[in-house]
Design a protein around this ligand. Structure first.
Ligand code: AMP
Ligand code: GLY
Length: 427
């Protein structure tokens, strides 16, 4: 089979790395890819925005048998519908099903219909009504832009004034464009967060191992939100009983509800869970793999991924099994100085080969480019330095030992990835 991966980040490099090991995959393509993927895949810069015609032509000309989409934007824009209409096999939800991520209001309505535990919320199209609601219920409270806002559309507010500013910023100033025309205002949940992903074929959902990411820029989970500064799997907070509850109280009712709406969900479903005193509650759904969660899950996946994705597109997932290596995995993201705000790029990166040569270690590239034969920084998140270990502590040590081999000007990374997991194991 020939496989095509859409995207340019660490998550997509993890897909390419996994496919490169598959006896089922002859050629692996990446659009647009990055400097790291170029070692394992044929990379091509092609537009991934509608109507996707050049991409479809590329897939046909290169006999691509299976396309996998990393980021949410093309999914929400309907890439799956376009490929399927062209008779091409693609793994991911249709545009209508991807609304679970593309519209927070849609996700809330589905959760209400399926009686899935989540924060109490109201949706507003009118800023005056949103402000009145904030004044009535008070803080803490969470204001969310309905549409996609590149991970920045959620503001957790400690005071009513902060929430009123968030409403104005989204609905009046339109800082996120049309994504903030409608907002969801919801109850602030308290607990520990975990990422729970499942592979779905429209009927069957197969759970993956659990994981947790670190969204804040600085140590101690301080500083601004980022795309993710690191992750680890498994997440000790998700024990077997909790995983069962997430499947029976959240995933299965949602699968059934989506099918009843005529929107069977195919693809990866990412459930952002808050583990509260009264059980797991949904913070968000994403219609794709997490980044950097993919970087810690795929190295733990003992099974070939290609047959799993084929089964998901054919509706035969009940016949396949996903097996996980017992060793925990940790990913430390090395970013450019200043990320997630202003940062400079173009700095040479040294030591990636030395890091990759360490046992059970793999360096996934995100913002990297090749310049005159040299790998240089080209984005905010630059590398996802990933290692397995016999336990979480060893996995953390291995990942940081690999980080120690790598250097580029202004490299910024957290030194406490995995601290919540360590605390749970020690206590
Ligand atoms: P999202 O973009 O939906 O992933 O939200 C980003 C982050 O905001 C989540 O990872 C949580 O840390 C936080 N968050 C979202 N909704 C809530 C909520 N209802 N209560 C507390 N925190 C929330
Ligand atoms: N790591 C969070 C996300 O992928 O949305």
């Amino acid at each position: 089979m020939n496989v095509l991966v859409i995207g340019s980040g660490g998550r997509e490099h993890a897909f390419v790395w996994k496919f490169a090991q598959s006896p089922c995959a002859q050629r692996v393509f990446a659009v647009p890819g990055n400097a790291g993927m170029a070692a394992q895949a044929e990379c091509q810069a092609i537009s991934v925005t509608p109507p996707f015609s050049e991409l479809i032509r590329f897939a046909r000309e290169n006999d691509v048998d299976m396309t996998v989409v990393g980021p949410e934007a093309p999914l929400v824009a309907g890439i799956v519908d376009s490929f399927e209409a062209a008779g091409l096999c693609i793994f991911g939800p249709t545009q209508a099903a991807a609304q679970l991520e593309g519209s927070k209001d849609f996700a809330k309505r589905m959760m209400a219909k399926c009686r899935i535990p989540t924060a109490q919320s109201e949706t507003f199209d009118d800023p005056g009504a949103a402000r009145a609601y904030v004044r009535r219920v008070g803080a803490p409270i969470v204001v969310k832009a309905d549409g996609l806002a590149a991970g920045k559309g959620v503001i957790v507010c400690d005071t009513p004034n902060e929430a009123l500013s968030a409403v104005d910023m989204m609905m009046v100033e339109r800082r996120f464009g049309d994504a903030g025309r409608r907002v969801v205002v919801e109850e602030c949940l308290v607990g520990e967060e975990a990422s729970f992903m499942v592979v779905c074929d429209g009927t069957t959902a197969v759970p993956m191992a659990s994981s947790q990411d670190h969204k804040r820029a600085y140590d101690g989970d301080a500083g601004p939100n980022t795309g993710g500064m690191g992750a680890y799997s498994p997440a000790p907070v998700v024990d077997e009983a909790l995983a069962d509850r997430i499947m029976t109280e959240i995933v299965m009712p949602l699968m059934k509800g989506m099918a009843e709406e005529g929107l069977p969900y195919r693809g990866i479903l990412y459930v952002g869970v808050m583990v509260t005193e009264s059980g797991p509650k949904v913070l968000e759904f994403n219609c794709r793999f997490g980044d950097p969660e993919a970087q810690v899950l795929l190295p733990r996946l003992a099974t070939d991924l290609v047959p799993i994705l084929v089964a998901a597109t054919k509706g035969t997932l009940h016949q396949v099994e996903m097996l996980w290596r017992p060793e925990p995995c940790v990913c430390v993201v090395m970013a450019s100085s200043g990320y997630p705000e202003q940062y400079a790029t173009g700095y040479p990166i040294r030591g990636i080969e030395r890091a990759n040569a360490r046992p059970d270690t793999v360096v996934f590239h995100a913002g990297t480019a090749l310049k005159a034969g040299e790998t240089v920084t080209s984005g905010g998140r630059v590398l996802g330095v990933t290692a397995l270990g016999e336990n979480i502590r060893r996995a953390i040590e291995n990942a940081y030992a690999a980080v120690g081999e790598i250097a580029f000007d202004g490299a910024q990374f957290r030194r406490d990835i995995g601290h919540r997991a360590l605390r749970r194991i020690v206590s």
